[in-house]
Design a protein around this ligand. Structure first.
Ligand SMILES: O=c1ccn([C@@H]2O[C@H](COP(=O)(O)OP(=O)(O)O[C@H]3O[C@H](CO)[C@@H](O)[C@H](O)[C@H]3O)[C@@H](O)[C@H]2O)c(=O)[nH]1
Length: 508
C-alpha cells in the first residue's frame, strides 16, 4: 500500500499468550503497509521482545518502547512482569498493576506527536487496557481494541464479566446475554474467582470498567478467521456493536504452508521464549514415530494441573500405550519455575517412558508450533488457550480439551459444540479424573472410524479455511487479508476526514 510515514502504537497485556499474537500482528501490519509500529510494554517484556526480534528477519520498522514499571510497587514478586509462573493469588495484582502503564503510555504518545508533528494513526491496545481509549481520545487519535482470544470465547468472557449472570440464579447453569438460549453455560465453566465475583471484588473492579471502556473503542481486531467462527463473530459484533475485523491466524506464515516440517528457527521468533528442550531433539523424537501416532499435551504458557491429576494423566497415557510429548511443569501450589520432583508422577514413570520411547517429557517449554505441524502429531490435549487452538487447527490437529482458566472453557465448549473438532476430558484443577477416563478419551479420539475420525475430518476442513483466509494472489484474496486491508483503509480515511475538518476550522 505504501503509506510509509504512518505510525501505530501497540499496547499488549503482559502475558506470553498476548505478547506472541501482538508481535505477530505488528509484523503482519508492518509487512502489509510499511507503517512504523511501536510496541510499548514493561522493561522485561521489551527485553524479551527485543531478543525475539533480533533473531527474526524483516523487522526493520518494529520499534520497542519501555514503559517504566516496578513489580514490587504493586505487591508482585521482584522482576515479575508477566503472568508466567505467577501464583494465582497474585494474578489480580498484575492486572491492577497494568493500570499504572497509562501515564507512561500517554507520555510515549505525546513524545511521538512532538517528534512527528501529528498523532499516530491509531493505538492498538489489549482488550484489558480499556484506559487506552482515554489516552487515544485526549491525544487526537483513536484506540482499536485487540482481542487475542477467539470471537465466541471473547464474547462469552466479556458478557459474563459485565453481567455476572450466574449470580442471579440458583441453578448450576445459566443463559448468557448476547447468546441464544441453546448455548447454556454451566457454573463449572467459570473459574472459582469468577464464580465468587459480585461486582465489588478486586477482579470485578478491574475487569468491569476496563472491558466497558474497550467496548467504546473505534473498533476491534480479533485473532480469528471469518469462515471458522461465523456464529461467534455474529454474537461478538451484536454484543459490542462495533466493527470487528477478523485478521487471524496470527501464526508465522511458514507454519501455514503446505510443505512438511517447520523450520526450528520459528520457535526462536516467538516472544523471546526459548524451548527448555532443544527443538531439534523434539523433532527427531517425532521423526522416530509413525505418522499421526503422537499425542501432544500442553497447558499453555501459564497454567498447570494438580498433583493428583498429573498422576492420573500419566497413568492414563501409559495405559493407552500411545506415544506422547508432554510439556510438564510443577503442579499447582508449587513454584512453577522450581525443580520438578519425580514424586509428582507414578514411580519410575519418566525413566520408563524414556526407555520405551513411549513418551517424551519436556520440562517447562516446548517448541509447540513445530510439534503441532509435524506429521507424527495426531491430537492435542490442550487447555484451549486461543493461540494453542489456532495453532492446532491451522495444522488440522483435533483437540482434547482440558480448560483451566480465563475464557478457555468457553473455547472448549465452542470447539466441541460448534466446530466438532474437540472433546472435553475434564475442566479445572479441582476435578477428579482417573487414568481410566484419560485412556478412554484417548482411545476415542485415536479411533479413526468413530468420533475421533469425525473430529479429524472437521479439523481438516477448518485447516483449509484458515489457510484460504490468508491467500493473497492475483486470483483471490482471503478474508483475513481483506479484513486487514479494510481495517487500514478505514483508519486512513478517518485520518483524512479529521485533517479535512481541522483544515476547514483553520480556514474559517
Ligand atoms: O511450551 C510451550 C507453551 C506455550 N507455547 C506458546 O505459547 C502460547 C500460549 O498461548 P495460549 O495457548 O493462548 O495459552 P495462554 O498462554 O494460557 O494464553 C492466555 O492468552 C490467550 C489469548 O488471549 C487466552 O486464550 C488464554 O486463555 C490465556 O490463558 C502459544 O503460542 C504456544 O505455542 C510454546 O511455544 N511452548
Amino acid at each position: 500500500m505504501g503509506f510509509e510515514n504512518e505510525h501505530i502504537v501497540m499496547l499488549p497485556f503482559m502475558a506470553q499468550g498476548h505478547l506472541i499474537p501482538f508481535l505477530a500482528l505488528a509484523k503482519q501490519i508492518q509487512q502489509r503497509t510499511n507503517f512504523t509500529i511501536t510496541i510499548a510494554s514493561t522493561p522485561l517484556n521489551i527485553q524479551s521482545l527485543q531478543s525475539t526480534i533480533a533473531t527474526s528477519s524483516n523487522n526493520n520498522t518494529i520499534h520497542l518502547a519501555e514503559l517504566p514499571f516496578c513489580s514490587t510497587d504493586h505487591g508482585l514478586p521482584q522482576n515479575t512482569e508477566t503472568t508466567e509462573n505467577l501464583p494465582l493469588n497474585k494474578m489480580v495484582n498484575l492486572f491492577a498493576a497494568s493500570l499504572s502503564l497509562e501515564a507512561p503510555a500517554r507520555r510515549l504518545i505525546s513524545g511521538i506527536i512532538e517528534t512527528e508533528g501529528r498523532p499516530p494513526l491509531c493505538v492498538i491496545s489489549d482488550v484489558f487496557f480499556g484506559w487506552a481509549n482515554d489516552v487515544a481520545d485526549s491525544l487526537g487519535t483513536v484506540n482499536v481494541s485487540f482481542t487475542t482470544g477467539g470471537a465466541y470465547g471473547t464474547a462469552a468472557y466479556i458478557s459474563i464479566w459485565l453481567n455476572l449472570p450466574h449470580r442471579s440464579t440458583d441453578e448450576n447453569f445459566f443463559t448468557l446475554p448476547g447468546f441464544p438460549e441453546r448455548c447454556r453455560f454451566d457454573i463449572s465453566q467459570l473459574h472459582p474467582f469468577l464464580r465468587a465475583a459480585d461486582g465489588t471484588d478486586y477482579w470485578s473492579r478491574f475487569f468491569q470498567p476496563q472491558i466497558s471502556l474497550s467496548a467504546k473503542s473505534f473498533g476491534w481486531l480479533c485473532n480469528t478467521v471469518e469462515e471458522i467462527e461465523p456464529f461467534g463473530l455474529d454474537i461478538l459484533r451484536n454484543y459490542v456493536r462495533l466493527p470487528v475485523w477478523s485478521i487471524g491466524p496470527l501464526i508465522p506464515r511458514e507454519a501455514l504452508k503446505n510443505s512438511s516440517t517447520l523450520d526450528v528457527s520459528v520457535s526462536r521468533q516467538r516472544a523471546g521464549k526459548k524451548p527448555s528442550f532443544p527443538a531439534e531433539k523434539c523433532l527427531e523424537w517425532l521423526d522416530s514415530h509413525g505418522s499421526d501416532s503422537v499425542i501432544y499435551i500442553s497447558f499453555g504458557s501459564q497454567n498447570t494441573i494438580s498433583e493428583t491429576q498429573m498422576k492420573e494423566l500419566a497413568i492414563g497415557l501409559e495405559e493407552s500405550g500411545r506415544a506422547f510429548i508432554w510439556v510438564i511443569r510443577p503442579p499447582i501450589g508449587f513454584d512453577m519455575k522450581g525443580e520438578f520432583r519425580a514424586e509428582w508422577l507414578p514411580q519410575g514413570f519418566e525413566e520408563r517412558m524414556n526407555k520405551s520411547k513411549q513418551g517424551l517429557l519436556v520440562h517447562n517449554w516446548a517448541p509447540q508450533l513445530e510439534i503441532l505441524s509435524h506429521k507424527s502429531t495426531r491430537v492435542f490435549v490442550s487447555h484451549c488457550g486461543w493461540n494453542s487452538v489456532m495453532e492446532s487447527l491451522s495444522q488440522g490437529v483435533p483437540i482434547v480439551g482440558w480448560p483451566l482458566a480465563a475464557e478457555q472453557a468457553y473455547n472448549s465448549k465452542m470447539l466441541e459444540e460448534e466446530m466438532g473438532v474437540s472433546v472435553e476430558l475434564t475442566r479445572g484443577v479441582q476435578s477428579k479424573i482417573v487414568g481410566e477416563e484419560v485412556k478412554g478419551v484417548i482411545d476415542l479420539v485415536m479411533d479413526e472410524s468413530g468420533k475421533g475420525g469425525e473430529m479429524r475430518k472437521n479439523a481438516a476442513v477448518i485447516k483449509e479455511k484458515i489457510r484460504a483466509s490468508i491467500r493473497d494472489d492475483d486470483e483471490e484474496k482471503g478474508s483475513s487479508v481483506k479484513a486487514m486491508d479494510d481495517f487500514v483503509a478505514v483508519l486512513l480515511s478517518k485520518r483524512q476526514e479529521s485533517s479535512k475538518s481541522s483544515n476547514s476550522i483553520v480556514s474559517n
